[in-house]
Design a protein around this ligand. Structure first.
Ligand code: NAP
Ligand code: MG
Length: 459
């Protein structure tokens, strides 16, 4: 049996070994998932809701352990990991309200009654990246289960531990066997089988645009339903009339949280030219003051990168000739560390300005006016997130409507709330997760007409 060694990114120590599933094992899991679907769909809505609430309670009781797995297995800071465990619980609680609210419609027609039903799809495959292992898994799991589907999760090879724990908690909470199963292994084996196996009726893929494109092409064969959450190169747009102190103080967290390994990272800061120098001066202490180190220490603000290989990729965006304007600290020695790094002034064609770095590197450029800011912000294949800083309400809303992106914040960097929609435009993705419409993405609408014409009338 092949196994994968899971390393603590802060120490490089092996913390666990996890079996890598084969195609045959994946097929067996899919078959069990199909079989479990019959029972799951037939449960009364209130019973399905109750089981999901119990699952949420089991997560709540296990929050410390789940958070600990995200610290030792993914390098998250303990503060962030605790929040993530709470988010996993809350997402389950929110979608536990779904089974009793899967409403159909009654549409007026002649000669009868027309009804719609929101039918489950069957088996849903959730393919998860390594950057937010348990949170992203749950954003797919909870609405899919609530809508009456069974779920198979393919965690990232590097970070399967928290998802495996979630599957144990589901069993403890009383979810029937096979309703939620985690299949650890390689994307090219397990993930690919989710794409090709006809019994998997929908895929939720979060990861790179490159792999997302391959998966979309693969899904075309069976017209398989698909939600894609892909990369980003989001802009943080700072106008001269903004609260500059607050904009500068918060800009580091908007890009360096999770060591920049966040698809929503505002990795391009666009600053109106008249305040460009002042903004950089205010940004400096916020970057050099970032506490980078042991993720298990509650005072730590930024941890390591996920792997040595990923650190090499991040470092390639900062060659010796790069215009490093500000550089924060990072520990020496074991662990995949990289210091928070601000590049300015940056050419608009520099790879660090164009490509998703997925590390603690941000590029700052000046803009001339509102139209110029919008043009630069939209000059990317991505469109996931972004922020706008201005005290002018009309401008804030004008720019928010003009920036081509799925999720924006004004005078703030918050972007993901489980009860509001999340997703990207252009090559950042397809479809939306979370929020009030997420259940619909895990159902098909079925239309049924019932004739009320008296028998013998011939209609
Ligand atoms: P990735 O390489 O695309 O991998 C994502 C997942 O897909 C992993 O579980 C991977 O398995 C699997 N996979 C790889 N090749 C596959 C294939 N041919 N068929 C099926 N599955 C396959 O992404 P990553 O490197 O883990 O994560 C970084 C990327 O995720 C970034 O680009 C980031 O922007 C994006 N991301 C987007 C969002 C969002 O919500 N929009 C959120 C988080 C991350 P292995 O682990 O075995 O390779
Ligand atoms: Mg990858």
């Amino acid at each position: 049996m092949t196994v994968t060694e899971i390393r603590n990114p802060a120490t490089e120590a092996v913390v666990a070994t996890v079996p890598a599933s084969s195609v045959a094992e994946t097929d067996a899991a899919i078959e069990r998932s199909v079989a479990a679907g019959e029972r799951w769909r037939e449960l009364a809505p209130g019973d399905r809701a109750r089981l999901l609430r119990r699952f949420a309670a089991a997560v709540d009781a296990d929050r410390d352990r789940l958070a600990g797995l995200e610290v030792s297995g993914a390098g998250h800071t303990i503060t962030a990991a605790r929040w993530e465990a709470g988010n996993v619980r809350d997402v389950l609680d929110y979608f536990a309200g779904g089974p009793e609210r899967l409403l159909g419609r009654q549409i007026p027609v002649a000669g009868g009654v027309d009804l719609t039903f929101q039918e489950p799809l069957g088996v849903v495959g959730v393919i998860v990246p390594w950057n937010f292992p348990m949170m992203i898994a749950m954003w797919g799991i909870a609405p899919a289960l609530a809508a009456g589907n069974t779920v198979l999760v393919k965690p990232a090879e590097l970070t399967p531990l928290s998802a495996l724990r979630l599957a144990e908690l589901a069993i403890e909470a009383g979810l029937p066997d096979g309703v939620l199963r985690v299949v650890p292994g390689k994307g090219s084996v397990v993930g690919h089988r989710f794409v090709t196996h006809p019994a998997v009726r929908k895929l939720v893929f979060t990861g790179s645009t490159e792999v997302g494109r391959q998966i979309m092409a693969g899904c075309a064969d069976q017209i398989k339903r698909l939600t894609l959450e892909l990369g980003g190169k989001s802009a943080n747009i700072v106008f001269a009339d903004a609260d500059l102190e607050r904009a500068a103080a918060t800009a580091p967290s908007a890009v360096f949280d999770n060591a920049g390994q966040d698809c929503c990272a505002r990795s391009r800061i666009l600053v109106e030219r008249s305040v460009y120098d002042r903004f950089l001066a205010l940004l400096e202490p916020a970057v050099t003051g970032l506490r980078v180190g042991d993720p298990a220490d509650p005072g730590t603000e930024m941890g390591p990168l996920i792997s040595a290989e990923h650190r090499t990729k991040v470092a390639s965006y900062v060659p010796d000739s790069a215009p490093v304007a500000i550089r924060g600290h990072a520990p020496d020695g074991a662990g995949f560390w990289y210091p928070p790094t601000v590049l300015a002034p940056v050419s608009r064609t520099a790879p660090a300005f164009v490509e998703e770095v997925f590390g603690p590197v941000v590029a700052v450029v000046p803009f001339e006016d509102e139209a110029d800011a919008i043009r630069i912000a939209n000059d990317t294949v991505y469109g996931l997130s972004g922020s706008i800083w201005t005290e002018n309400l009309g401008r804030a809303l004008r720019v928010a409507r003009a920036v081509e992106t799925g999720t924006l914040s004004i005078n703030s960097h918050s972007s993901v709330r489980y009860w509001t929609p999340f997703g990207g435009v252009k090559q950042s993705g397809l479809g939306r997760e979370l929020g009030p419409d997420a259940l619909a993405a895990f159902t098909e609408t079925k239309n049924v007409f019932i004739s009320t014409t008296a028998s013998g009338s011939g209609a």
